[in-house]
Write a protein that binds this ligand. Structure first.
Ligand code: 6PG
Length: 289
């Protein structure tokens, strides 16, 4: 029987990664259920843009925002579930969350942390997002170890690491639909990528799987990443941009034409949630020009 065609955006490049996912894939099950749901209206890239005078105020204000999201989620649903990006930008925010008043105000015992993406390396590798998060956040706040879901330890084939994470997410969220994070903390690369969804890669067009694992030419590394269907199911997508080096791409993405295949971060379009770009003045310095 011909394999079922995977749901992808039109114009997807031909080469599609094989998947190790068996019939256990929660994404497949939830896609079957979703296919019976009314078609979501075509959403456009429409972020709220917040600019703060300095990196310090950017970090303080976004820490306050994270604390508010966390407390509201626990009040409403008894838990706060977030997906964290890696790289360097989140370090300042993580540091702030470990300090008062946020350390005391965030309900860490009811907090569950997943990862937006990860380099397919051992957890203690210096390029690991898990390691960075462990160093700047997890080792300094009382979030239970069992509440932290590392994405990969680099040991399995990268596609199997992705399908294992998908099964882990299915066990946590259930399979009625894509997982809904209360917060997805996002970054943006100089090439307009977000998560590990890079321009020109077919994984940018994945519309069924929740997690993909593949070799990324741009970073010469294997990566594991959440896909846009999961990211766009989030209640709050917070894109953090800090520093001069982000200014040019921030202007392209926020002020230029809509061209998400070229700037994948423009595919962030929450179906029923908020999309906020939070920048310091340096990252926003070309927005007015
Ligand atoms: C990663 C990230 C990635 C990051 C951007 C920005 O694993 O590198 O998740 O998507 O958010 O590349 O990285 P910086 O914060 O280092 O500029």
């Amino acid at each position: 029987m011909a394999p079922k065609k995977k749901a992808t955006r039109s114009k997807a490049p031909k080469s599609k990664p094989k998947s190790h996912r068996g019939k256990k894939s929660p994404a497949k099950k939830s896609a079957r259920l979703a296919s019976k749901a009314p078609k979501a209206k075509r959403l456009k890239f429409d972020p709220e843009v917040r600019v703060y005078a300095t990196p310090e105020t950017l970090v303080q204000e976004t820490a306050h925002q994270v604390m508010q999201i966390a407390r509201e989620a626990v009040n409403a649903r008894g838990r706060f579930v977030a997906a964290l990006s890696g790289g360097t930008t989140p370090k300042g925010l993580f540091q702030q969350l470990t300090e008062e008043p946020y350390r005391s105000l965030i309900p860490w015992d009811k907090t569950y942390l997943f990862f937006v993406d990860e380099r397919h390396v051992p957890l203690n590798d210096e390029t690991s997002n898990y390691r960075m998060t462990q160093e700047y956040l997890l080792s300094r706040v009382p979030v239970p170890t069992a509440n932290v879901f590392a994405m990969t330890d680099g040991k399995q084939p990268v596609e199997r690491a992705a399908s294992s994470y998908e099964i882990k997410m299915g066990k946590f969220f259930g399979t009625a639909g894509p997982p809904r994070f209360d917060l997805a903390l996002m970054g943006m690369g100089d090439d307009g990528h977000t998560a590990s969804l890079f321009p020109g890669m077919p994984q940018v067009n994945e519309l069924e799987r929740w997690v993909v694992g593949y070799y990324v030419d741009a970073s010469k590394k294997e990566r594991v990443s959440l896909t846009f269907p999961v990211l766009n199911a989030s209640r709050f997508l917070l894109v953090l941009l800090e520093g001069e080096k982000k200014a040019k791409m921030a202007r392209e993405v926020l002020k230029g034409p809509s061209d998400p295949p070229r700037y994948p971060v423009q595919y962030l379009r929450p179906a029923d949630g908020k999309l906020v770009f939070a920048l310091d003045e340096a990252a926003a310095s070309l927005l007015k020009k």
